[in-house]
Write a protein that binds this ligand. Structure first.
Ligand code: BTN
Length: 274
């Protein structure tokens, strides 16, 4: 495993000035907090939001000591090779519609990695980015609501960029990948971050100005399980059906045997071989 702080080239620290100066953000990225190490960029961003930080602040760390994944999992965050980033959002949406932000973020993420890949990446509902069936990136959105109103949403994004297979812990080695593994070349992380912030800004703008159907159409372009039989696993239960799409609240729509549509809000989607 690569340890310590590499000094030069694509393996070095992020170049914050280059990222900041190339951005002309409308909503996101006007302020970027950068850390060599933090417990979790989501935790720091939530603290900032509770203190009154405005929408659009971005938090980036070179490594996280307590990186958080979905469903209470740990997000492995080795230094100077990947991207760990969180964004503070203050949407004018009812709490039930906040999954739209996660889906818009997944579109921005898929559109950022797509130029590196042939064929394009896949989005695994709700928001994993897969390449050839392996996980390249994930999103953890955490909301704070009060009195039926959204106070803020933290969208945390982890992307495996220059993560060599030998540095991956065994628990994820068979299921995870990185852009470097897929393309055979290291990625310039600073350019990637700049593109991702730019695309997030654009996708939130689309959501705000054109509404969710515009984002949902782009999300479905990356959703390869549409029309396939799947099992959705959540702690203590599993539901089965044909994946037919998503609805306005970001729920996965499963068509059951009798044709009835079942809405699923959380879980891991597993395709069923037939
Ligand atoms: C998943 O389980 O797929 C979601 C992973 C999200 C990881 C990112 S890394 C940056 C941000 N900070 C965290 O603690 N988690 C998210």
């Amino acid at each position: 495993m690569v340890r310590g702080k590499p000094e030069t080239g694509v393996a070095g620290p992020l170049k914050l000035e280059a990222i900041r100066s190339a951005l002309a953000p409308k909503r996101l990225g006007g302020t970027i907090h950068y850390f060599e190490e933090v417990d979790s960029t989501n935790v720091f961003a939530a603290r900032r939001a509770r203190e009154g930080a405005p929408e659009g602040e971005v938090v980036i760390a070179e490594t996280q000591s307590g990186g958080k994944g979905r469903l209470g999992r740990h997000w492995f965050s080795p230094p100077y090779m990947n991207l760990y980033m969180s964004v503070i959002l203050r949407p004018a949406l009812p709490p039930a519609d906040t999954p739209q932000l996660t889906l818009a973020s997944a579109v921005a993420l898929a559109e950022t990695v797509e130029p590196f890949l042939r064929p394009p990446p896949e989005i695994k509902w709700p928001n994993d980015i897969l390449v050839a069936g392996k996980k390249l990136a994930g999103i953890l959105a955490e909301s704070s609501c009060e009195g039926g109103r959204v106070l803020f949403v933290i969208v945390g994004i982890g992307v495996n960029l220059n993560f060599p297979r030998e540095a991956m812990p065994e628990a994820i080695r068979e299921r995870a990948t990185s852009l470097m593994i897929v393309t055979g070349r290291p990625v310039d992380r600073s350019t990637f971050v700049r593109e991702l912030i730019h695309n997030l800004d654009r996708c939130y703008g689309d959501l705000h100005e054109n509404g969710f159907p515009c984002v949902a159409r782009r999300w479905e372009r990356y959703f390869r399980l549409k029309g396939k039989k799947v099992r959705v696993e959540s702690p203590g239960q599993a539901v089965y059906g044909k994946a037919v799409g998503i609805d306005g609240e970001g729920a996965l729509l499963l068509e059951e045997e009798g044709g009835e549509i079942h809405r699923v809000f959380a879980g891991d989607v597993v395709p069923i071989e037939t």
